[in-house]
Design a protein around this ligand. Structure first.
Ligand code: PEP
Ligand code: MN
Length: 342
């Protein structure tokens, strides 16, 4: 349930109403102060609350039941877009972020070289996998802890904050210390133990859509993190399984529009994993902007033919430069801007 307060209601009267309701019903009430009005969001059992009686309260503009199972992630709870700030960069506002880097960290020379190149072309974050969720146990599994150390070196040299994937709860403390945005991969989107633990941290979480997850399941995964008190969740659409086999997955651009309608959280697009094909990365980055995404995450490798992982979908730094400069023009059409590093 949510209550929209009258814009003329004084702060003290709002606080009084919260206290009255909390003492009468088994609910937690979240007060959200937006640009236009204050909204009270209810979490818990609201079935005993007489909504008509609340509507008659002189302090209240209107009250309504929330039918969706997600609350904290629901746009009704937070009518304005959430903006997540990471090291001075904003995700979810007017800015469009570009996260770029290799699928996996392979060596110091590789990650630092790519970080410098993508920064020069306008990337605002560096990606790179240290712990890799590979389909085959015989494939390269990532440099793990050493990979995190190399990402830190690349960050120190370029100033680019780092985004990297967590695979299990054992490494959470290390990730909280070392990483700027913790990525939850598609394969772990419904690892509820991991989501709950991440909810206890205060780190921004990049939550990829599960391989075959519905939009509601995906938002509920965000709700798991938010229920623990960590409200800094960024959705990432990375393609879903369909009958189509030409592409690795099928990019669901409509999910961007759906997320924007249902939730206040930012959403970005990963055209690399969505398609598995480098020639689609540029066009679909533009399509992501047109659909209203708050950014992209793109795989860039200095030598895709020799990449230890996902070479076929990785673009070169030169190709990335072209994509980033075209994105700037598309962002302008949408009256947005590609975020700049100061
Ligand atoms: C990745 O970003 O490296 C990755 C493994 O992505 P996903 O979880 O979307 O497959
Ligand atoms: Mn990859």
């Amino acid at each position: 349930m949510i209550i929209v307060m009258k814009h003329t209601t004084e702060e003290q009267d709002i606080l009084n109403l919260i206290e009255e309701l909390k003492s009468s019903y088994p609910v937690e009430i979240q007060k959200i102060t937006g640009n236009a009005c204050t909204v009270l969001g209810f979490i818990g059992d609201t079935s005993a609350i007489d909504i008509e009686q609340i509507q008659e309260d002189a302090r209240v503009h209107k009250a309504m039941r929330v039918i969706e199972p997600f609350k904290k992630a629901n746009r009704l709870f937070h009518p304005d877009n959430s903006i997540i700030e990471v090291n001075g960069r904003k995700i979810g506002g007017k800015d469009i972020v570009i996260i770029a880097g290799p699928c996996s960290v392979e060596s110091e020379e590789q990650i630092v070289g790519i970080a410098e190149a993508v920064k020069a072309s306008g990337a605002t974050f560096l990606r790179g996998g240290a712990y890799k969720p590979r389909s085959s146990p015989y494939a390269f599994q990532g440099l793990e802890e050493d990979g995190l150390e190399l990402l830190k070196i690349a960050r120190a040299k370029t100033g680019l904050p780092i985004v990297t994937e967590i695979m299990d709860t054992q490494t959470i403390n290390k990730f909280v210390e070392d990483v700027d945005i913790i990525q939850v991969g598609a394969r772990n989107m419904q690892n509820f133990t991991l989501l709950k633990e991440l909810g206890r941290t205060r780190k921004p979480i990049l939550l990829k859509r599960g391989l075959s997850s519905t939009i509601e399941e995906w938002i509920m995964a965000a709700e798991y993190i938010m229920a623990g008190g960590n409200e800094q969740v960024i959705f990432c659409e990375r393609g879903i399984r369909t009958f189509e086999s030409y592409t690795r997955n099928t990019l669901d651009l409509s999910a961007i529009c759906a997320i924007k309608k249902l939730s206040h959280l930012p959403v970005i697009v990963d055209p690399s994993h969505a398609t598995g094909l480098k020639f689609m990365v540029g066009p679909l980055s533009m399509a992501a902007i047109a659909a209203g995404a708050d950014g992209v995450i793109i795989e860039v490798h200095n030598n895709p033919a020799k990449a230890l992982c996902d070479g076929a979908q990785s673009i070169t730094p030169e190709e990335f430069t072209k994509v980033a400069s075209k994105m700037r023009k598309y962002a302008e059409i949408e009256e947005r801007q590609i975020s700049e590093v100061k």
